[in-house]
Unconditional design. Structure first.
Length: 382
């Protein structure tokens, strides 16, 4: 691969970026501290440098993240099987390959902080601590589901854990994140909001309206685009006039933007610790362009004709779970025997939750009239 090195082009706050250009049409991949992203003319490579004050997680923290990521991966693979067995209706968007984003970022904030995301929400729900049994039940449309079997894959929800979904309409939840940020500031609460969305939402009007208000009122929100390079089946460079997404918010809304390697759980955690501290100090919002990749299609019904198997394989060589596993092995915290034990335990946990949810009852017919209004009036009858 032909490389042409350039000198550093800019320094922003506590981060630095080195920019390179590669003369190849390859789609892109993540390797070490490098992010390779398609720009339509070749591959733009950004070397990410951590915050000046490094925040080193403990071995026990990293082991916990490893378990979470393996759990999310196993959960999603079981979901793929269940979808093919027609146990799951509607759309089903899997998080396979992006696990480090949710796990690393949510680990860096407090239980009292708000989390809100789009339709690819399984990983975020698990990273937030939701039990996988009611998640399977929700997927299967059972009354024991986290949304009583009425929301399905795209509407996981747990108010007690400050996890506010799971939203199906592209970009529609971003104004809700702004509302959560306004509420926290109005009530003088020491909270931040984590708002996740895909690169396909960047060009929605709701995104710009929400970020304008967040910038205007200096709301404590961390906006994160999980930039996997595709909006459904459309390359980013074919949909966005500006593909360096972190530049979309600074001059327009006074919200600084940063790159982060979303395939590295530790890098994600370090960036989020710094971002949360920035917001808690009253500086306003921050925007993170999180470079990641999904191994499966946009949804389970996606034939994936817009990319090659070779492209997917390039990313899988730098799998986020494999990278964290290597870090743990290098630190002599994990070995092959322990990794196999963890995998076996988690797969047994996933199968047990799936089987329990699969035998649960569906909602009663009368339940069709519940959960419509926050304060229902009258009795509804068929």
């Amino acid at each position: 691969m032909p490389w042409a090195m350039a000198t550093p082009t800019r320094t922003r706050g506590f981060f630095e970026a080195l920019f390179f250009h590669v003369g190849t049409g390859f789609r892109g991949f993540s390797c070490g501290g490098l992010i390779l992203a398609l720009n339509g003319k070749g591959v733009s490579v950004t070397t990410l440098v951590e915050p000046q004050q490094k925040i080193d997680p403990s071995p026990s923290q990293m082991m916990d993240w490893y378990r979470q990521m393996v759990l999310i991966r196993a959960f999603e693979m079981r979901c793929a099987q269940s979808y093919q067995q027609q146990k799951i209706g509607g759309f089903c968007h899997l998080y396979v390959g992006q696990e480090a984003v949710a796990v690393g970022s949510i680990a860096a904030v407090r239980p009292s902080d708000y989390v809100i995301t789009a339709y690819r929400d399984h990983g975020h729900a698990i990273a937030r601590g939701m039990d996988i049994y009611p998640l399977f039940a929700e997927l299967y449309g059972k009354k024991t589901g986290c949304s009583h079997g009425k929301g399905g894959s795209m509407h996981f929800f747990d108010a007690e854990k400050n996890f506010f979904g799971g939203h199906a309409i592209v970009g529609a939840h971003i104004p809700l994140a702004t509302g959560l940020g306004w509420a926290a500031k109005y009530r003088k609460e020491d909270r931040v909001v984590l708002c996740y969305f895909g690169d396909g939402a960047i060009n929605q009007g709701s995104f710009h309206e929400a970020l304008n208000l967040a910038g205007l009122f200096k709301l404590p929100i961390i906006f994160m685009v999980e930039n996997n390079g595709y909006g459904m089946g459309t390359h980013l460079h074919r949909a966005s006039a500006v593909t360096d997404l972190k530049l979309r918010t600074g001059d327009a809304y006074g919200i600084p933007g940063k790159d982060v390697d979303g395939m590295d759980c530790v890098a994600m955690y370090r960036m989020m610790v710094a971002a949360a501290e920035y917001c808690r100090k009253g500086n306003g919002s921050i925007f993170l362009d999180v470079k990641t990749y999904r191994y499966r299609g946009h949804s389970m019904s996606d034939p994936q004709k817009y990319r090659t198997k070779e492209e997917v394989a390039q990313y899988q060589e730098h799998d986020p779970i494999g990278r964290l596993e290597k870090q743990l092995k290098d630190a002599h915290v994990l070995d092959d025997k322990k990794a196999t034990q963890i995998s076996d335990e988690i797969h047994a946990q996933v199968e047990a939750a799936h089987e329990k949810a699969d035998t649960d009852a569906y909602p009663d017919t009368a339940d069709v009239w519940s959960d419509i209004y926050a304060n229902p009036y009258g009795d509804y009858k068929l």
